[in-house]
Design a protein around this ligand. Structure first.
Ligand SMILES: [Zn+2]
Length: 335
């Protein structure tokens, strides 16, 4: 989806505020250091003077080219700068400051709090955009009752328990190592065996830790893409949607296979998982489809991407929602 100009401005304003906050903090630090180490200040102020003398010498040499060696002067100036920088670091350290105490500060070192890197939106920009554009209220609502703190294995027995336990452990690891290991997960199995529950647990923890998470049911995802694709007026919205789908930290596609699958859906699904893979972004797919059904329903390329790049977990057992309902019925007083 595309941001309105007001929304865009409001995000850019957060960057201006960050830069401002860091600039003020740096000024505060610098004033403290100047007061504590006068020599530091003298050193810092001597640098512009040296540059000026170099510049003057260069200009004068314009008139009398024989008397000036620009390369030599530049090299010696560089040396002096390096020595001064080292001296400043030493001074800071000897007075109990960290050596990087006066270096620029950033919330996001990747884009240096500008929101953009290499001409693309930075992840920190997309994080703000996603929370602005896609209401995560559904996931947040679910996460209130479904999160790792209430995870229980009491509904499973035997091999079902082993499978759930393995998937739950992998989900915890997925969250823990999210920033250092890009992984994708494929949860498949029968209805009511905990796939969506674990997806919500993961979404909850990653949203809490400031990541951009897009959570779509397969039906709503493909509906959204097709409604923009077939409306020529929505070209910008479609481009924005792709950027978010491909760029968000985690994309969750819930209940894959419940949508009406056709060649359009299949090609969109491939584009999505392939592009995210190329960008090193994690994706989580949950589905009732077995691997054989996945292969039959979508293209071979979708099947091979998923089976080669995703960690695959099977869920089995009785429908937990049904078990809970039965239990509640038994506990209720007779009519
Ligand atoms: Zn950034």
């Amino acid at each position: 989806m595309a941001l309105t100009s007001d929304q865009y401005q409001s995000i850019m304003l957060t960057y201006a505020e960050k830069q401002d906050r860091h600039r003020r903090e740096l000024e505060r630090r610098r004033a403290g250091v100047y007061a504590a180490i006068p020599e530091y200040r003298a050193l810092e102020e001597s640098v512009p003077a040296k540059s000026l003398s170099y510049l003057t010498a260069s200009l004068e040499a314009g008139a009398d080219a024989d008397g000036f060696d620009p390369a030599g002067a530049e090299a010696s100036l560089k040396k002096e700068f390096e020595a001064a920088a080292q001296k400043k670091k030493d001074l800071l350290v000897s007075h109990g400051y960290p050596e990087n105490y006066l270096e620029p500060l950033y919330d996001c070192p990747v884009c240096r709090d500008t929101g953009f890197t290499d001409g693309h939106k930075c992840r920190c920009f997309i994080r703000q955009e996603v929370s602005l554009l896609y209401s995560q209220s559904h996931v947040c609502e679910l996460a209130r009752t479904e999160n790792f703190s209430v995870l229980s294995e009491k509904w499973y027995k035997g091999v079902d328990l082993q499978r759930f336990h393995k998937a739950a452990e992998a989900s915890r690891l997925f969250v823990r190592e999210f920033d250092t290991h890009s992984r994708s997960l494929y949860f498949y199995g029968t209805v009511g065996t905990g796939k969506s529950f674990l997806s919500v647990c993961i979404a909850h923890d990653l949203i809490e830790s400031g990541h951009s998470v897009l959570y779509f049911s397969a039906i709503s995802l493909f509906e959204k893409i097709s409604s923009y694709s077939f409306d020529y007026k929505a070209r910008e919205s479609l481009a924005g949607l792709y950027e978010d789908l491909y760029g968000c930290d985690l994309l969750i596609i819930d209940d894959l296979g419940t949508e009406t699958t056709n060649t359009f859906v299949t090609s969109q699904l491939f584009a999505c998982i392939n592009e995210r893979h190329l960008r090193g972004r994690s994706t989580l797919i949950s589905t009732n489809l077995s691997l054989a059904e996945l292969q039959a329903r979508y293209s071979d390329r979708v099947f091979s991407r998923i089976t080669s790049d995703y960690s695959i977990f099977q869920f089995t057992g009785n429908d937990i929602r049904l078990q809970k309902k039965l239990l509640a019925k038994q506990a209720a007083p007779p009519d």
